[in-house]
Design a protein around this ligand. Structure first.
Ligand SMILES: O=P(O)(O)OC[C@H]1O[C@H](OP(=O)(O)OP(=O)(O)O)[C@H](O)[C@@H]1O
Ligand SMILES: O=c1cc[nH]c(=O)[nH]1
Ligand SMILES: [Mg+2]
Length: 218
């Protein structure tokens, strides 16, 4: 199980309450934040949330020679990672997660929410073959009803994923509950848990449509 010092508002849900994270999330909320800054912040927050989601990775001591002397110093212990990006909006966060671990493999799950049913429709899947040997970090900035996140993780499991974590920026309590019921084995690392979902299943107060704001499509 994940060891962390973070406060837990729900079992298995870890709130990244760092002041810089909270500050950047507030800038994202602002409807006046332009596309360029929005995209940049989502990427930065991808680094910061993934930083907490990987806190329990093991290290081992190796020999290193500094300019002054020989020393033993920790390195990551053979942990192989795969970042699974939930398109489209997940791509913004994934860029950040990859800054932390540039050699990670990347899997893609293409989903969009049907505006009527609010259910996710799958349009693309591509995963590396050895998912069972990797720690999988699924990234999507928005967890609203939780249906997209749950469907993406079902797909990852179907294709071999075992050690899975979910990283997001904004979550609704309803979505977190659904996700944890479907995937009690998958911890969630979240920037903020908002108040509720509105009649269109948008997170309130939220940020609006994250994909549209990252890519300037509205
Ligand atoms: O928890 P849910 O109710 O399933 O909603 C969350 C999903 O909605 C958004 O994607 P969207 O369908 O807008 O697709 P996009 O990323 O292509 O904009 C978001 O990025 C999540 O994937
Ligand atoms: O609030 C929401 C809900 C789903 N998708 C978004 O981008 N925002
Ligand atoms: Mg969208």
């Amino acid at each position: 199980m994940i060891k962390t010092t973070l406060p837990e508002p729900f079992p298995g849900v870890y709130w990244v309450d760092h002041p810089f994270v909270q500050h950047k999330l507030t800038t994202l909320r602002d409807k006046h934040t332009p596309t360029r800054e929005f995209r940049m912040l989502v990427e930065e927050l991808g680094v910061l949330i993934a930083y907490e989601a990987t806190r329990d990775f093991e290290t081992e001591l190796v020999d290193v020679e500094t300019p002054l002397e020989k020393a033993k110093s920790p390195t990551l212990k053979g942990k192989k990672m795969c970042v699974v990006t939930i398109m489209r909006a997940g791509n913004g966060m994934t860029e950040g997660v990859l800054k932390l671990s540039p050699s990670a493999r990347v899997g893609h799950v293409g989903l969009y929410r049907d505006p009527q049913t609010k259910l996710p429709i799958e349009y693309y899947i591509k995963m590396p073959p050895d998912l069972d040997q990797r720690t999988v970090i699924c990234a999507d900035p928005m967890l609203a009803t939780g249906q997209s996140a749950a469907a993406a993780v079902h797909k990852v499991k179907e294709l071999g994923g075992r050690d899975i974590r979910f990283v997001c920026l904004f979550a609704a309590p309803e979505g977190l509950q659904l996700f944890r019921e479907e995937h009690p084995d998958v911890p969630v690392f979240v920037g903020v848990i908002d108040s509720h979902l509105d009649d269109h299943a948008y997170i309130r107060p939220g940020v609006g449509d994250a994909g549209d704001r990252i890519y300037g499509t509205k």
